[in-house]
Design a protein around this ligand. Structure first.
Ligand code: CU
Length: 143
């Protein structure tokens, strides 16, 4: 590869990375939380990745997976560590369980490839939801 071609491809890579990592990699989190949005709403990772959410707003939020939408064999995840969506909803509406307060983080490691839709319980009606797309390592690396 000559120098010009190398620079061109390096430039494309930089643009691509900044496009999908703009909200995270210079900071200590991957997905931020504004007043009523996950940023970015869709986040793609290779399997085995730990995704870190951070509440970058002043309001309390949750990260709560939708039970019915999890890939087969995937672990349930929710801030507060609840075993399923019903438990997470009950805890939130009874006592604010699972809240991620301003400046706090929540992390989950995704092993099973697939699509993981999730929601913020207090702002569900505002459309505060997101999706983590977990790709197999073979897909990501081309091995
Ligand atoms: Cu919220």
């Amino acid at each position: 590869m000559d120098r010009r071609a190398f620079l061109a491809s390096a430039g494309a890579l930089t643009v691509g990375l900044s496009g999908c990592l703009a909200f995270g990699k210079d900071e200590d989190y991957d997905v931020g939380m504004s007043d009523s949005r996950f940023l970015p709403a869709e986040y793609r990772v290779p399997s085995g990745t730990t995704v870190v959410w951070k509440n970058t707003s002043a309001r309390a939020h949750t990260v709560t997976a939708y039970d019915a939408s999890l890939p087969d064999g995937a672990d349930y995840f929710a801030s507060g560590g609840y075993d399923d969506e019903d438990a997470a909803r009950d805890a939130w509406f009874e006592s604010g369980g699972g809240a991620i307060y301003s400046g706090e983080t929540y992390a989950h490691t995704f092993e099973q490839p697939g699509t993981y839709p999730y929601v913020c319980l207090p702002h569900e009606s505002d459309g505060m939801d997101g999706v983590i797309v977990v790709e197999s390592r073979a897909t990501v690396t081309g091995e």
